[in-house]
Design a protein around this ligand. Sequence first.
Ligand SMILES: C[S@@+](CC[C@H](N)C(=O)[O-])C[C@H]1O[C@@H](n2cnc3c(N)ncnc32)[C@H](O)[C@@H]1O
Length: 314
Amino acid sequence: MTSPWTGPDARAAGAAHAPAAAQDAEAVGAPHAAVSPGKAVPGAVPGDDAGGRRAEDVGAGGVGGGVERTRGTGFKDPSLRRSLALFRAFLQEQEDPESCYTLLARDAANQVEAYGPVEGRVVVDVGGGSGYFTEEFRRRGAHAYLFEPDVRELGPAPAGSTVVADGYLLPLADGVADVCFSSNVLEHVADPQTFLSELVRVTRPGGLIYVSFTNWLSPWGGHEWAPWHYLGAERARARYRRRTGRDAKHALGENLFAVHIGSTLRQVRARDDVEVVTARSRYWPFLASAVAKTPGLREFATWNLLLILRRCPP
Ligand SMILES: C[S@@+](CC[C@H](N)C(=O)[O-])C[C@H]1O[C@@H](n2cnc3c(N)ncnc32)[C@H](O)[C@@H]1O
């Protein structure tokens, strides 16, 4: 497999696209996107707070301890140790979201960097919530921008590279992103195919699209009311309310949708504007691709599907 980072041409393309993105964000931004006050918009080079540890360093020190960087050949995902660290972090998510999402962001950035360094690249994080992933990409030297439609998700102090915008209609020109990144958003949109098409549109030919989602039949498919969703969404929500005294954040058909692995794979494979680079369980330590290839089993055993697509030339 060839790396999407194709050297000087790719860098030039990223640089050349950036001003177009900025103009577009400003032009289209007025009606439906708010850029956080006084800060950069996509295409502008963000304040250089990047730097920090590189993928190799993260690999040495933390969750990516077993991550083998195989640039140009995809990535052999990693060790049991990595999966256990992620699993432990998920269990602590409510008590310690900071540690959980910092770890997850490093892990996801490692997965992206298995295809080439993000330093100097334009990375667009769609539905990025409170920005842990965007921040991690910036720390690695990327020009990374967060697009998030719900201001309540942004947290108290969104970074300057934040744009309030819907993933269905990104205020970006075609092909501006070297990497279009979307973690755990697909199951929250009513029309995943239109959402995916928008991610593809803003990615340059040869660029990567990283999409992960928790499929409905995953043990975690019902989110905070899992695994009781297997008995039906309404029953599971009612149970959650009884147990916690609170309404669940997610409601099926409103902000959570039943997305399946088989149909999603068929739809992306039928497209002629992307190539499927990998389709695998995002968190599994072994057999991650094999599980995702097995109809039936994959719906229950994958937990979370990671799709890496490469934008085909027009
Ligand atoms: C489960 S959170 C994921 C946040 C973050 N990406 C992560 O992996 O931790 C789902 C996010 O998707 C966002 N979202 C929902 N609908 C969206 C849309 N149409 N376009 C972009 N983002 C959307 C939500 O506002 C929320 O921030």
